[in-house]
Design a protein around this ligand. Structure first.
Ligand SMILES: [Mg+2]
Length: 263
């Protein structure tokens, strides 16, 4: 099933995953058909997710279970964008205290950082979504930040769409640490322009011929618009039709689900 006009004329796609392709382990309608349509027409695309809890390899496996077969290179997470940022601004070797899941931990280690759980060793603090966050680690992070360690946050999403409904996201961890430190972190991830610039570089695409497809207005749509991309808001995730229609900047297209993109 090919893409239908006007979507078939878009040259490159940045595609959010949570709330767009799936909710938890449940694929959303036409998710695999949509990706197949892009693959059949050799249309460049990149999965651009603010979710820093998983590695690209873990995403490849999860997508594979839904009938979507892609290479690790097709996945760009806020964890990878964060590693790119800290590599440039706070290069390794350095000891990093991470409040976050496997995705950001593995990516930092592979980039040459050493992880520590001790505030007095931490030369950098990185925070992210952490489904096993505990008070003791957050206390170490607070002590490190208060002692002057630079603080980088993978992504600002306050909430996260789970199979059971909306639960705390990375931004809720950030808010917890902000309350404890009286400081704000350097934030990576959508809607910051850096991650869009990095994604366009990877795709080799120009902003005006690229589209951002996502379900969240204040990250996908705002960030895509600011980066000069076309935007599509799909209503299978966080945003409701009322919210999408009232949002400034308004998405270029608002669709019920991915079936609306196919002929
Ligand atoms: Mg999403």
């Amino acid at each position: 099933m090919p893409l239908k006009p006007p979507f078939s004329s878009l040259k490159a796609w940045l595609i959010d995953m949570d709330g767009v392709l799936y909710h938890g382990a449940r694929p959303l309608p036409a998710a695999s058909d949509f990706i197949h349509a892009l693959q059949e027409t050799h249309t460049p695309f990149l999965f651009l997710t603010n979710n820093a809890t998983r590695t690209p390899a873990a995403y490849v496996q999860r997508l594979g279970e839904m009938g979507i077969r892609v290479h690790e290179d097709a996945i760009f997470t806020s964890a990878l964008a964060t590693v790119y940022y800290v590599n440039k601004n706070f290069p390794p070797p350095r000891q990093v205290l991470v409040v976050g899941g496997d995705g950001i931990r593995v990516d930092l280690e592979e980039a040459g950082y050493r992880l520590t759980g001790q505030a007095d060793e931490a030369e950098l603090v990185v925070s992210a979504m952490d489904t096993e966050a505990n008070y003791a680690l957050c206390a170490e992070a607070t002590l490190a930040i208060r002692a002057g360690a630079p603080w980088v946050q993978t992504n600002p999403d306050r909430t996260f769409p789970s199979e059971r409904g909306i639960v705390p996201g990375a931004g809720a961890i950030q808010a917890f640490l902000e309350a404890a430190t009286d400081q704000t972190p350097i934030v990576i991830g959508k809607p910051q322009p850096g991650i869009f610039r990095q994604a366009l570089t990877i795709l080799g695409a120009r902003p005006e011929e690229t589209v951002m497809l996502g379900d969240r207005l204040e990250t996908d749509i705002l960030g895509g618009h600011r980066a000069g991309l076309k935007t599509i808001c799909v209503l299978t995730g966080i945003a409701s039709r009322e919210q999408a229609e009232a949002y400034d900047p308004r998405p270029d297209w608002i669709i019920e689900d991915l079936r609306a993109l196919l002929a």
